[in-house]
Structures are given as structure tokens and as C-alpha cells.
Design a protein around this ligand. Structure first.
Ligand SMILES: [Zn+2]
Length: 179
């Protein structure tokens, strides 16, 4: 017994169910349109010199089951920042999102946004993940979560559109670590 006054596992499952509902009701345009929006966003960030690299790190590919994957940076994270979105601060970002077209728009299946910070930033990285299925233990690993510099720490994160997460990272989180 934890000695708590509530059932923390049941509470976590209830948050997980709410996140699943939010994901289900998320309105996204077609995968190609999502790709175009992200490309435009990255181009603008590069044009305004917020980042040093932009659209050239972006790619899309169709998976065997027809889902579309939008990627920026190498699909397996490696330390060299080559192929990532680079910030003027030295921080860099790589991300991937998988979308499933359903005739009108698309459903978000999975994503991962990894912001690697400068060694002087007091935090190594921030990563925001959406796993591909509901967690078996949402108290410890919610499907939508944030890693605050530690692989094994999963903080529940609201379900958001990929473009919104990108914007939070670029405009809110990365600037918070500048000196
Ligand atoms: Zn994760």
C-alpha cells in the first residue's frame, strides 16, 4: 500500500484515457499538407535566423502500411548534429512524426521530438514523445510524455499537433536555455 488517499494507478489510467480521447479528436490535415506546414515553418525559422538549418533536413517517406513519416534529422539519434535543425545557440533538434491518412485528414500515430541542449545548459536534452500505443503502465510511462534530460523519467505531456510541439520547442523551450 502506498499510503495515498487516492488510487494513483487508476488516476493515471484516467489521464491516459483522456489523452487517447484528445488524440482521437485531433483534427489534422492530410499527411502531405502537414509536411508542407512543417516545411514552411522551418523555412521561416531559418529565414529569421532563429535556426541555422531548415528545410534541407526535412524528409518524408511512406511506410509499408501506407502511413507517412515526416522526419528531420537521422531516424536513429546519433550525437553528430549533422542533418538536424541547428539553433544559433548550438542546441539542435531532430524529430519524426507518423501520420495515417483517413480520406479527409490524418491521425497522428507516433512522434518524437528531441532537443539536444548545449553542455552549459544544465540539462542535456528535452524530448517529447508520443508512443504508438497506450501504455500498460501509464503511471510510469504515459503514452504522451516529456523526458526532462533523463531517459527513464516520463512526465505526462498533453497531446498536441506536431507543428505546435515544434513551435513550443523552437519559441519557448530552446530560448529558456540561452544564456
Ligand atoms: Zn519517451
Amino acid at each position: 500500500m502506498s499510503g495515498r488517499l487516492w488510487d494513483e494507478a487508476a488516476a493515471a489510467r484516467s489521464y491516459e484515457a483522456k489523452a487517447a480521447g484528445d488524440l482521437e479528436s485531433m483534427d489534422l490535415p492530410s499527411p502531405h499538407e502537414c509536411f508542407k506546414q512543417i516545411r514552411t515553418y522551418l523555412q521561416r525559422m531559418c529565414d529569421t535566423r532563429r535556426t541555422k538549418t531548415g528545410v534541407r533536413v526535412l524528409s518524408q517517406r511512406t511506410l509499408e502500411n501506407g502511413d507517412m513519416q515526416i522526419n528531420a534529422g537521422p531516424s536513429i539519434y546519433r550525437h553528430p548534429r549533422e542533418g538536424c535543425v541547428e539553433f544559433q545557440s548550438g542546441a539542435f533538434l531532430k524529430f519524426g512524426a507518423t501520420l495515417r491518412f483517413h480520406g479527409v485528414g490524418s491521425k497522428l500515430i507516433v512522434h518524437s521530438f528531441h532537443l539536444q541542449l548545449e553542455p552549459t545548459s544544465r540539462m542535456e536534452f528535452v524530448r517529447i514523445d508520443l508512443n504508438d500505443k497506450e501504455a500498460s503502465n501509464p503511471l510510469h510511462v504515459p503514452r504522451s510524455h516529456l523526458h526532462p534530460g533523463f531517459q527513464h523519467v516520463h512526465i505526462p505531456f498533453p497531446v498536441m499537433r506536431p507543428l505546435e510541439i515544434l513551435d513550443r520547442l523552437v519559441h519557448v523551450i530552446e530560448p529558456a536555455f540561452r544564456h
